[in-house]
Design a protein around this ligand. Structure first.
Ligand code: AMP
Ligand code: MG
Length: 520
């Protein structure tokens, strides 16, 4: 197995001098060297052929013993030194101090086709940052991360990627419902891939410790490697860097809103500095359109990370990053300007995104109102977001009275559609049809455009759960089935039509389908 190793982080940033794998506060260092744990009986369940290619490996190589061993942590690649990164973070609004890669171990960085990738195992054992936990991951959460990160990529959402999914062969104890009934589950390891896994929290930890020297080293490293087009590191560049991170964060969240993805744990340690979706834990997909929905049971009370609040939380997290970078920038006014711009940019980009979902190309003066009315209608009764927008592309603006019938399939309880609700929809379709009349493109082109932003297939919560239930019984076919289907989320795939359906009733309150805990 030949990989072109090109480590930069461990070469250029300060390492923790202590090599013992004991849990502790790690000062003045960006990472600690650590060796992944040997596992009982590693077994490869799935490999992403696209990611294999991206890092320069063949399918044959992925079937080798060497691949299995390296990507389950049972062997270390020649001339590499695996490590865990030190970071802190704000969790649910509060500073949590040092967190770090508690169950992620970075293997190496590789270069292929002029692209740079970091390889990271999730669930490969304890690190100095494991705090009170075991450094392991269970099969259920690993399947969810593996499937979703690749699915998000194919939806066009910036994200970290996944290379492989494997069983460790070890058993892992987890209390899924936090009700004092822990059970053993199959342990698993995902290899994640990203240009970098740096998070807001990597910068925050040094600012919190007033270690501005290491902070500067880390920011300079980040700019040199991942934002090199911004120029040489300097006070001005730091500011442009922050601006760029703010923009990427916003763009990522707009994509989440477009496809109905709810991250679930938008703590600052789960915010990538590259603006990529990272750390797929108790995430979920909107089924019924609902700004107030969160998949995360830990957040059930305050719903801080609910769908409709994601853009605000993105901004909140950027405030924390601005505070962390302040010692290097020392220009409060301009930093504040960037944060203020986020708000106006959000309004503009969000409207542009909604226009695209509605197939509107020209900018109409009352589009914001049209969108507002639509959102109000979607909330009147439980309405499947994915089905609604996908079906909407069949709407014929010369026949506004047929609108409701076209999207009918999106309603969970058709009997709930009272006369009043029918009236509201009729009125909206009337306005929408008048608005479409101002457009220049024909309905065939419009349908095509709408279908390229409104996915037909997303990883509905219950779909991942079905793959998990099968996998628990040793049947891994559905993992591949969903994986392949989600490579083309915008295509009509007649043989997959059964997945273009509302969540079945049994999944409404089932754990893993409608709610998820952080216990992964
Ligand atoms: P999360 O909210 O899942 O992103 O995790 C927050 C912090 O907890 C991170 O520092 C993780 O590395 C750590 N963590 C989560 N689960 C485990 C685990 N099973 N073992 C060790 N650390 C963990
Ligand atoms: Mg995390």
């Amino acid at each position: 197995m030949k990989l072109h190793i090109e480590d930069t982080l461990t070469k250029e940033l300060p390492a923790d001098p202590i090599l013992e794998n004991t849990r502790r506060q790690v000062e003045k260092a960006c990472f600690s060297f650590v060796t992944p744990k040997q596992t009982a009986k590693p077994e490869l369940l799935h490999v992403s052929s696209e990611m294999l290619k991206n890092i320069g490996l063949t399918i044959e190589e992925s079937q080798s013993e060497a691949f299995l061993k390296v990507f389950t942590g049972n062997a270390v690649l020649p001339n590499t030194k695996p490590y865990a990164m030190c970071y802190g973070g704000h969790q649910f609004g509060n500073w949590a101090g040092q967190l770090g890669d508690g169950r992620a171990i970075n293997l190496a960085e590789v270069e292929h086709n002029n692209k740079h990738w970091a390889l990271q195992l999730k669930g490969a054992g304890e690190t100095p940052y494991s705090r009170t936990a075991d450094g392991l991951a269970v099969l259920r959460s690993s399947i969810r991360e593996y499937l979703c990160s690749e699915a998000m990529h194919h939806l066009g959402v910036p994200t970290t990627r996944a290379l492989s999914l494997a069983l460790s062969g070890d058993q892992v104890l987890r209390d899924v419902l936090y009700n004092g009934n822990p059970e053993y589950e199959k342990g698993a390891i995902v290899c994640r891939v990203s240009p970098s896994f740096l998070r807001f929290g990597n910068y925050e930890i040094f600012a919190a410790r007033q270690d501005f020297k290491t902070l500067k080293l880390l920011v300079d490293y980040t700019i040199n490697h991942f934002f090199s087009d911004l120029g040489e590191p300097s006070k001005e560049t730091y500011l442009v860097f922050f601006k760029e991170v703010a923009q990427r964060t916003l763009d990522m969240i707009i994509h989440w809103q477009r496809v109905g993805f709810v991250h679930g744990v938008m703590n600052t340690d789960n915010m990538s500095i590259l603006g990529l979706t990272i750390d797929y834990g108790p995430y979920g997909w909107l089924e019924g359109f609902d700004f107030g929905w969160t998949p995360n049971t830990t957040d059930r009370q305050h719903k801080r990370y609910r769908y409709g609040n994601q853009p605000n939380i993105g901004l909140w997290n950027l405030y924390k990053l601005a505070n962390a970078l302040y010692p290097l920038i020392e220009d409060e006014e301009t930093l504040k300007g960037v944060l203020d711009a986020y708000k106006s940019d959000f309004d503009m980009k969000s409207l542009a995104m909604m226009r695209s979902k509605l197939g509107l190309e020209v900018e109409g003066v009352s589009d914001a109102l049209l969108v507002q009315d639509l959102e109000a209608n979607l909330l009147l009764t439980e309405t499947d977001m994915t089905i609604f927008f996908r079906k909407l592309s069949d709407f014929d603006n010369k026949k506004p009275s047929e609108g409701l019938e076209i999207v009918e399939n999106a309603f969970y309880v058709p009997t709930e559609i009272s006369e009043d609700i029918q009236q509201k929809w009729a009125s909206w379709f009337q306005k929408y049809s008048e608005r479409l009349a101002q457009e220049k493109i024909n309905s065939i082109e419009r349908k095509e455009k709408m279908n390229s932003v409104n996915p037909k297939y997303v990883l509905r919560n219950y779909m991942a759960q079905l793959a998990i239930d099968d996998a628990d019984k040793g049947d891994y076919k559905l993992i591949d089935g969903l994986f392949q289907m989600l490579k083309k989320p915008y295509d009509e795939q007649p043989e997959q039509e059964k997945w273009f359906a509302k969540r079945p009733d049994w999944a409404r309150h089932k754990v893993g389908c409608s709610m998820l805990s952080c216990s992964s």
